[in-house]
Each structure stands twice: as structure tokens, then as C-alpha cells.
Design a protein around this ligand. Sequence first.
Ligand code: SAH
Ligand code: SF4
Length: 386
Amino acid sequence: MTLAKSSNLPNLAGMTHAQLREFFLAMDEKPFRATQVLKWIHQRGVTNFQAMTDISKPLRDKLDAQAEIRLPTIVQNFESEDGSHKWIIEVASGSRVEMVFIPESGRGTLCISSQAGCTLDCSFCATGKQGFNSNLTVAEIIGQLWWANKNLGGFDDVLERPVSNVVMMGMGEPLLNFEPVMNALNLMMDDCAYGLSKRKVTISTSGVVPAIDKLKDYTDASIAISLHAPNDALRSEIVPINKKYPIAMLLNSVKGYMASLNDKRVPVIEYTLIAGVNDHRQHARELAQLLRDFPCKINIIPFNPFSLSDYRRPSNTSITNFRQILQQAGYTVTVRTTRADDIGAACGQLVGNVDDQTKRSSRHLARKGVDVIAASSDVQVQADSV
Ligand code: SAH
Ligand code: SF4
């Protein structure tokens, strides 16, 4: 199915309920048409106006002439031995980004990308290493959820949808593509679209403080903070945005967002554990101390290796020790099990194919002695998938 042909017509796949209402009003049509079209696209997976049988034929013809429903194209599909799926989608800029579906008992989580590449260059992240090409549009972000439903049978039975949870933990920094991500979140949680609960939609951020400060005016989704270090000196080394927005400023901003939610949710602190970098017992103690007045859950993500990184995954003993210190200090701690690394889809391994606009990827490759011309093509995907 070719869904990505581009045109200048308004793309209804990327409009929120409110924007669709405006669209129909501007066409001199009744605003309830927005609800009908929203349900056709996002609850039944229909992209052809003529198949929308509760809409009159003249209006269907008018929509055919004046609008389109355009979603990104799926170009590759991988299935892991553990049942996870990774799909590579092509977006308008020509870049390829990845999304991952992870089935678990009682839930199915879809990990969605927000950007082709990332500008932030965290030292342990494959996406960061490949530089940045473009922000995804709303249709390209929500299109990932649409495609997961399409491919996994989610449009056959609205009550039995395979994707129960969405995490914005794919490629890119969601808060640096603010408005499209907010609109896509709105669609995910709209009862006439995907109807996901605010508890089951999570934005993961490396700490873009001004965006967190304004988040409450746009969404009430759950939030995860990629902390990865217990002090500014170490965090600035591995998460460069920390130089601009240090830990105290970040935690304060997150506190403000949590207060606005007015419920019992707490943020998740993500901590990618890297052997010899941030996995010492002293780091765990320092982290316990740092977060003492900050209600949260802690999620340890053992580092997932990729070809351009010299970092190593810590031993199981270090992971257990780190977790125990935090648990003994009273924290709820989970250790993320590695899923889908046989298809290069584990956390931090996502690379797609990004025509880097920042030239960062060639610098990293040159440092590793890799032929830059060869590595800037599909070869990069292969290298990280094995
Ligand atoms: N930009 C956002 C969301 C995408 S990254 C963020 O940084 O939060 C999603 C998660 O994967 C983050 O917690 C990130 O730190 C983690 N991650 C990145 N690279 C990783 C790697 N190689 N191994 C394990 N986790 C990694
Ligand atoms: Fe970007 Fe997140 Fe990767 Fe950092 S960890 S480079 S913010 S995608």
C-alpha cells in the first residue's frame, strides 16, 4: 500500500479532533464530520474517503478533491525471536526511522520515534551518534501507532487492541519537536481515536527544561526523565544537554509538571547503566541521596551495545548491586529486560537511516576509522543490527 505520496492537500491523518472540526467548518460542513472521519482513520484504519459509508457521496467526493489521508510508508519489517517487532518507516524528508512493538503479558508497548536522528548526542546512544536530519510531522508520529494497529490487527477489534501503552522512547528527543509531538499525544489519548489512558502514554526526555516547564499547558501524559548520572560533572559528560539545564533545574521543572497533574503518578527516572562509567556503588548511593525529596520510580536500563560505541554493558552482579542499594534506600526499582536486540531494536540501538545534516555522524565514524562514504548508507543499519 503506498500511502506516502506527497501533495499540497491538507493531510487529515495529522489533524487533532479540534483541528478537524475547524477544517470541516471552513468547508461549510457540520463539525460532527470531524468525529466521523477521526474514527474512520484511527479506529478503523480507513484511508480512502469513498469507504467512509456514513458520509454522503457528495461530501466524500469533495474530500477526495480537497484533502488527503497520508501516512508514512513502511519499508522494512523485522520480527524478533522474543515476539517483538521493529518496523522501519520512511518519512517525507527521505529519512528512515524505526518503531518497535514489545508484547508482554497483559500489555503491548509501542516505542515511537519523534525525530529522524537527534541533535543531542548523548555519549551512549546510537541515534545521537548518527546526527540529525528532521523533525517528524504529526502524521508521521501518529502514523507509527496507526501502522502498528494495522499490522497487528488492532483495527479489527477496538476493544482488543494490541498496543496498550506508548512510550516516546524511539529515535529523537520528543520535547525538541514540541508541537507535533503534543498533537500526536492528543490523538493517542482521544477517545474517538486511540483512547489510550494518560497513565499509558509516556514522554521520555533527556531534560529540555523550557519544554517541561510548558508541558502542563498541552498534555497530562506520564513522563520519564533520562538522568543516567547522580551529579552534574558526570551527567554533563554523557548527556551534553546537562551543561545547559543542570540536574537541580531539571528536577525542579519536573516537580512543577507533576504537581500540575494533581494525581498520584510519579515520574520514572531512567538510568542507563554503563560499565565503568556510572555503575559504581558510590553512584548508586549518590543517586539515592540526590532523589531523596523527589518522589519517583527508578528504571535501570543496562547499556545496549552498538557498533560505534566502546562502552560495555555492566555485569549482572553490578546491575544487582546497583539495584539493591537503591531498593535498600526505599526506592521502587525496575531493571529493563533487554528485548529485541537480535533485530537491533533494543533501547538506544535505533538508527534507521538518517541523512545527517550536522556532520556529526561522519566525525564519529572517522574517529572509529570507518569509511565514511560506505557507512552513511544502509550499511549503518546492518552494522547495528548484528
Ligand atoms: N530522547 C529521549 C527519548 C529517546 S531515548 C531520551 O533521551 O529520553 C530512550 C531511552 O533509551 C533513554 O532513556 C535513553 O537514555 C536510552 N538509551 C539510549 N541509548 C541507550 C543504550 N545504548 N543502551 C540503553 N539505553 C539507551
Ligand atoms: Fe537523543 Fe535521547 Fe539519544 Fe540522547 S538518548 S541522543 S536525547 S535520543
